[in-house]
Design a protein around this ligand. Structure first.
Ligand code: AMP
Length: 299
């Protein structure tokens, strides 16, 4: 595996691979790898000839007072994990390499960024789309792999790629859970033992909401109310939102039909947890995508 810090070197490698007929797979991350990240690397490895993983804790996507300085990092561990997954190139640039000048250009996606995480983090998605647009521009035509754990981010990036005709095929991958159901996240490292023990209530609440839809509930408010009531029983979690949205464009819904995202966020001590389930509803039939449970616990 080659570890790179320079934009120009990454661009050259990707151009060379395509010139030789190779397909390029890109996995953008902020590092501190867990099974969720590794599942994206495996998906990229299965479909491509050159797998590029990027690690960049992007200051632009952190709001004032958020956890930019505290964000967990372990470059040596990440190099070992990426190497074990057959990754070809690990791109870990400095902030100065990615933003040599103060940024004057920002990529903003409207509508899909409204509400959900966009409400509490009003500058977050502009930071994400700006850095992801830069990575897409540096890497060039490729498939790019994103986790459904960050469902709004996936919808926003897809929309950006479509609106700007970017030569990137955005691939959504399953949400990976700890054995007790908690959505894997680098930020779970912030949890104390008591907070970690309380955290599964969020995924339990979403599963209860999914069960209600499978049993016939179609009112969005009734479904999100199940999440609110379940999380309210756990004093260590403060629910930030629970919402049901149309899965592709995240339009608000009153009645559930078609592909629906039920998403929630909660503050637990220093950590902000997000989680979701996707329900595909055809009349009385419901297919629930609750993600996949890994056997390799990280917390
Ligand atoms: P991050 O390093 O947290 O910015 O995440 C990098 C990529 O990994 C994003 O596409 C995330 O959606 C994805 N990811 C993070 N956690 C998970 C998870 N538990 N399951 C699946 N994908 C994940």
């Amino acid at each position: 595996m080659i570890v790179l810090e320079r934009v120009a070197e990454l661009r050259d490698l990707c151009d060379d691979a395509r010139r030789d007929g190779g397909r390029v797979g890109l996995v953008p991350t902020m590092g501190f790898f867990h099974e969720g990240h590794r599942s994206l690397m495996r998906a990229a490895y299965a479909d491509n000839d050159l797998v590029v993983v990027t690690i960049f804790v992007n200051p632009l996507q952190f709001g004032a007072g958020e956890d930019l300085d505290a964000y967990p990092r372990d470059l040596a561990g990440d190099i070992a994990a990426a190497e074990a997954e057959g990754v070809d190139v690990l791109f870990a640039p400095t902030v100065a390499e990615m933003y040599p000048e103060p940024t004057t250009t920002t990529v903003h996606v409207a509508d899909v960024t409204d509400g959900l995480c966009g409400a509490a983090r009003p500058t977050h998605f502009d930071g994400v789309t700006t850095v992801v647009a830069k990575l897409f521009s540096i890497v060039g035509p490729c498939r790019a792999y994103f986790g459904r754990k960050d469902a709004q981010q996936l919808a926003v990036v897809r929309r950006m790629a479509a609106d700007l005709n970017l030569p990137v095929d955005v691939v959504g991958c399953p949400l990976v859970r700890e054995p007790d159901g908690v959505a894997m996240s680098s930020r779970n490292a912030y949890l104390t033992e008591a907070e970690r023990a309380a955290a599964p209530v969020l995924s339990r609440a979403l599963r209860a909401a999914a069960d209600a839809v499978v049993a016939g509930e179609r009112e969005a408010a009734a479904v999100t109310n199940i999440v609110e009531r379940t999380v309210a029983d756990e004093p260590l979690l403060q629910l930030e939102y629970a919402e049901a949205r149309r899965a592709d464009d995240l339009a608000p819904l009153e009645r559930l039909d078609g592909e629906v995202l039920v998403a929630a966020a909660a503050q637990v001590g220093e950590a902000r947890l997000i989680d979701n389930v996707t329900l595909t509803i055809y009349g009385a039939e419901v297919e629930a995508d609750l993600g996949v449970v890994t056997e390799k616990a990280s917390t």
